[in-house]
Ligand binder design. Structure first.
Ligand code: SF4
Length: 373
């Protein structure tokens, strides 16, 4: 693909993003017909681009003012800093709970989230300036907490190598969570970074049924390809965590599915598994129910009941799932242990972070999935 084969849609319009009032009335999946540059007040927009390689996807290239995001102190997330070089995600997981963030751009949380991707093209340069400041704390930076840093756009923009290099050069530990097999491109770089700083790799693989996987995560690499990526990382000496989430009632919570999943994860060389039941925030919720009605209408009443009052699966379901899955996690020796277990706090002084004891580890139904996928 040559740059002169792409079409440029939007002009430059200013500097950095200013969140707009959300659009609760926008229809999930409706998409947007107007010229993207007219749609939202994306300050810092350099241009909007479509290319034949990414049919149906528009990239909005922006110049960001900052790369590091500070996680609010009240958050239950076990880290303080995140970087998200992309907003929106062409992996298009129906259940994705980052969907609602697109409404701040006056885009919808359905199809626009999958197809209108904001690219912060200067992330490595901005990050370099931020971490060079004497006051930078060198706390762990989490990548992949909101949208996927190895979504397909990364093949075009290659922002991650610069981010990894800058963090490592400034003594900053990092974690990467992705569904993208493009991670393989950067494994040698991450392995070099690991010689200087802690580097944690996690792969999200929730569905071990190819038909279901292709309908509910239509833009993602296959489960087989992701497991192969886990193996490649493990072969380079990484202790890879697999996020077996979301576990979806009556879709992926059978003994057979869970056993197949954990066996495959073990065979791929992962060190540990964390799991969590489906969480349906507003934005994801409407999109998920539309999908469920189309694909599994018989399950719709059950899901509507289960998620009637909360974004979270019921306490009873989560307890049931815990009883079902924990023996399997032990059977395949995928619990992880001691210092390396997840979740542990990465906030503040890491040396003061207590390792989880066995009882705590055994009760891990990982967190109320605040911002992980
Ligand atoms: S769940 Fe992750 S990979 Fe899937 S669409 Fe959301 S950000 Fe992308």
């Amino acid at each position: 693909m040559r740059w002169n084969q792409q079409s440029t849609l939007g002009p430059a319009v200013g500097a950095e993003t200013s969140p707009k009032t959300s659009s609760p009335t926008s229809t999930p999946g409706k998409g947007s017909d107007a010229s993207p540059a007219e749609l939202f007040g994306l300050k810092g927009l350099v241009r909007s681009v479509r290319t034949p390689e990414f049919a149906g996807v528009t990239f909005h290239e922006v110049l960001a003012k900052s790369a590091l995001n500070k996680v609010p102190a009240a958050s239950s997330m076990p880290f303080t800093w995140t970087i998200n070089p992309y907003r929106g995600c062409s992996h298009a997981c129906v259940y994705c709970f980052a969907r609602n963030t697109h409404r701040y751009l006056d885009l919808d949380s359905g199809e626009d989230f999958d197809r209108q991707v904001i690219v912060k093209v200067n992330t490595p340069e901005v990050l370099a300036a931020e971490v060079a400041k004497p006051k930078w704390s060198r706390e762990l930076v989490a990548l992949g907490t909101n949208t996927d840093p190895y979504q397909r756009a990364e093949g075009r923009y290659s922002l991650m190598p610069g981010i990894i290099t800058v963090l490592a050069e400034h003594g900053t530990p990092m974690s990467v969570l992705t569904k993208g097999t493009l991670l393989r491109r950067d494994l040698p770089l991450l392995a070099r970074a690991k010689e200087d700083v802690d580097v944690e790799i996690s792969m999200s693989i929730a569905v071990y049924d190819d038909t279901l996987q292709q309908t509910i995560e239509p833009g993602t690499p296959t489960t087989t390809a992701r497991l192969a990526t886990v193996k490649a990382a493990a072969n380079l000496g990484f202790r890879v965590t697999v996020f077996l989430m979301p576990v979806m009632p009556k879709l992926t919570d059978s003994m057979e599915h869970l056993d197949t999943a954990l066996r495959a994860i073990k065979e791929a060389g992962a060190s540990r598994v964390v799991y969590g039941a489906l969480h349906l925030r507003p934005g994801a919720r409407e999109w998920f129910f539309t999908w469920l009605e189309r694909e599994y209408p018989e399950l719709l009443p059950r899901y509507r009941r289960m998620y009637a009052k909360s974004s979270y699966a019921s306490k009873e379901y989560r307890a049931w799932l815990s009883r079902r899955i924990n023996p399997l996690i032990d059977k395949y020796d995928l619990r992880g242990s001691g210092d390396d277990d997840y979740p542990k706090t990465k906030r503040g002084d890491r040396t003061k972070s207590p390792a989880l004891n066995q009882t705590q580890a055994a009760s891990l139904t990982p967190p109320p999935q605040e911002a992980l996928f």
